[in-house]
Write a protein that binds this ligand. Structure first.
Ligand SMILES: [Zn+2]
Length: 219
């Protein structure tokens, strides 16, 4: 009797292996970020099954690009999806978070992770998994979503409620402008001038150095 049951389990297991795509392959240094993204996705009602994904750090993406996702044009295709983060920016973001606590995630289920790296991966997941394009809509000069083509982490440092707004917009499909409007009134920040100058500095630096969050528009 016991033998019979064991055989059934083995054959079911083999059948399942043949039917499924490869499980997600995630670089161990990026794994805590993917875990956190999945925790936020679950919180706002998205399963975010990354079966068939590879999430990795690569020596360089070229042209000062921070990250990118490669995906099949057919959303139903079983072909691999690849999310790549440049080693240079990975090192920079992690070092920044180690030196200055305002660059670390807070208020989520994990602490100490780089906010810039989390938001970069949220952005790439937006392209690859949720099939979203860039959206440079702003509310009072603040990016309305993490799909802004420019890095938005400096704004989250100034308005901490933006992080939840960006997560809720991505995973809960809630309206970006309404969420960000609420987040901005929630965080009564006096230093709007400071925020504006930081935003201008980011855009200027990124333009001058030719740094792109990713090359999604140019694929
Ligand atoms: Zn992008």
């Amino acid at each position: 009797m016991n033998k019979h049951i064991a055989l059934i389990f083995i054959s079911l297991g083999m059948f399942a292996c043949g039917q499924e795509q490869a499980p997600a392959v995630v670089d161990e240094q990026l794994a805590p970020y993917i875990t956190e993204l999945q925790a936020q996705a679950a919180k706002y009602g998205s399963a975010m099954d990354l079966t068939g994904y590879e999430v990795k750090i690569v020596p360089s993406i070229g042209n000062n690009v921070i990250a990118q996702c490669a995906q099949p044009s057919d959303p139903d295709s079983d072909a691999a999806r690849e999310i790549s983060v440049s080693q240079t920016y990975f090192d920079q973001f992690v070092a920044q978070a180690e030196l200055d606590s305002s660059y670390r995630l807070s208020g989520l289920t994990s602490y100490g992770l780089s906010m810039a790296l989390y938001l970069t991966l949220l952005h790439e997941i937006g392209h690859c998994y949720f099939r979203r394009d860039h959206d440079n809509t702003k509310v009072n000069n603040v990016p309305a979503s993490s799909m802004n083509a420019y890095a938005s982490h400096s704004w989250v440092r100034i308005y901490p409620s933006l992080l939840d707004a960006y997560n809720r917009n991505m995973f809960g499909q809630a309206d970006a402008v309404a969420l960000v409007t609420a987040a901005l009134s929630n965080d009564a920040v006096a230093s709007v001038d400071q925020a504006l100058s930081i935003d201008e500095a980011i855009e200027q630096a990124m333009n001058e150095e030719g740094i792109m969050l990713d090359a999604h528009d140019h694929e």
